[in-house]
Design a protein around this ligand. Structure first.
Ligand SMILES: *[C@@H]1O[C@H](CO)[C@@H](O)[C@H](O)[C@H]1NC(C)=O
Ligand SMILES: *[C@@H]1O[C@H](CO)[C@@H](O)[C@H](O)[C@H]1NC(C)=O
Ligand SMILES: *[C@@H]1O[C@H](CO)[C@@H](O)[C@H](O)[C@H]1NC(C)=O
Length: 379
């Protein structure tokens, strides 16, 4: 009995510690000295400011306003979150400055550039236009980002692979291909385009883009899989209540994601054979997300399917025409307890947890540690 009582007293204290350390689980700078720069690609999950709020993702055009950016930066930065994204935690872990958006021409790009742009698709924009999917969608795609990257290299005097300028631009660079493809599925949801077509075209586009980067001399690449889009409040708002898995997420939505991720991984495996000198790691965002869904409390999180910033109240606190930043939306008291920020994008707390899992807990395969070990230290 005594024993029981003392356990009951000790356990909450123990958990307090555990959750406190996890909610600040942002990877810190123990990985310094490996890379001098990062080149990043992706969509709003990775964009650090390339977006223009007037043309960014539909429903989320208040990204330039408070309460976006409220947590860490204390002002809006055009990041789709209350604070930092995975790419920010990565930069921090590598002891590099936050990655500036390519479109800010006055930024300092000596430690890399971020080409990710919110609303971006993997598949070229033409495809959507041809299929009559044009309503308010972002014209930029992964192809646009590669064009930007080429321009960026040319500005550095890099025109021909293996020229000294190109070697300099590629040297000690980590390529981070953030999730890309969720928008392709989202935009075609109400169209005649089947998701199987989107899968083939989107994965193919990611693979040809990776090949283009490898041809240019990329050696260290992390490719993020898609997150569990079936668990986003927007998806839950759009799907019927009988389409739910054991976490309360959209079962059909997550099936599409799983199928996409498994094809992506097998194609990456083929790519590794074609480029044996390159190190290509798959960042398993969906598994990280699922692990959090299984036991949010062990990561210091509480609300998994409700937005922190939105309107409409339970269960999802999400209304597409009164999203975060609009007058009728409000912000939760403690964003560190929420997985989801605005209905689609995640909170800094969740991005911190995911970063920790990807960089330190084996959710990159091969692991991020193995990637670093394959790379000579530069200092
Ligand atoms: C940084 O990482 C080390 C090793 O993982 C850990 O011991 C330390 O507490 C961390 N510091 C902060 C401020 O998170
Ligand atoms: C662009 O970068 C400069 C230099 O870092 C910074 O002062 C400025 O605020 C940035 N502009 C925008 C629109 O973010
Ligand atoms: C797109 O819309 C036009 C005009 O309504 C129609 O003629 C065409 O068949 C549509 N294309 C597809 C792929 O649905």
């Amino acid at each position: 009995m005594m024993c029981h009582t003392s356990n009951a007293l000790l356990l909450p204290i123990f958990f307090l510690f555990l959750t406190a350390s996890f909610s600040n689980a942002a990877p810190n700078a123990t990985y310094s000295g490996y890379f001098s720069k990062i080149y990043a690609f992706g969509d709003s999950f990775t964009d650090t400011g390339n977006t223009r709020s007037s043309s960014g993702p539909r429903f989320f055009r208040q990204v330039s306003q408070s309460p976006y950016g409220t947590t860490y930066f204390h002002h809006p930065t055009n990041r789709y979150s209350d604070g930092r994204l995975v790419i920010d935690f990565l930069a921090n872990a590598l002891s590099l400055p936050f990655l500036p958006p390519y479109l800010n021409r006055s930024a300092d790009f000596s430690h890399g550039a971020n080409f990710a742009v919110a609303g971006s698709t993997a598949i070229d924009h033409d495809f959507f236009v041809k299929n009559n999917v044009t309503l308010n969608i972002t014209p930029q795609s992964l192809g646009t980002q590669l064009i930007w990257f080429d321009k960026f290299l040319q500005e550095k005097g890099c025109r021909k692979a293996k020229s000294p300028e190109c070697i300099m631009a590629m040297k000690d660079a980590l390529f981070w291909v953030g999730e890309i493809g969720v928008n392709d599925y989202a935009y075609t949801l109400a169209s005649t385009v089947p998701s199987s077509t989107v899968q083939v075209l989107a994965v193919t586009k990611v693979m040809t883009s990776l090949q283009a980067l490898l041809q240019k001399g990329a050696k260290y690449i992390v490719v993020q899989g898609l997150p569990l889009a079936g668990c986003l409040p927007l998806t839950l708002f759009l799907t019927p209540a009988n389409d739910r898995d054991s976490f309360g997420c959209s079962a059909s939505g997550n099936q599409v994601i799983q199928a996409h991720n498994s094809v992506l991984q097998s194609k990456i495996q083929e790519l590794r054979k074609q480029y044996p000198k390159a190190f290509i790691s798959y960042a398993d965002y969906a598994s990280a997300h699922r692990t959090v869904m299984m036991n949010p409390a062990s990561f210091g999180l509480k609300e998994t399917l409700t937005t922190c910033c939105g309107s409409g109240g339970p269960p999802y606190n999400f209304q597409p025409f009164a999203t975060c930043g609009s007058p009728s939306a409000s912000v939760c008291e403690d964003p560190t307890k929420y997985v989801n920020w605005d209905g689609v994008h995640l909170t800094e707390a969740m991005y911190g947890v995911v970063s920790d899992m990807l960089l330190r807990r084996g959710y990159c395969r091969p692991s991020f540690d193995q990637l670093l070990q394959s790379k000579k230290r530069i200092f």
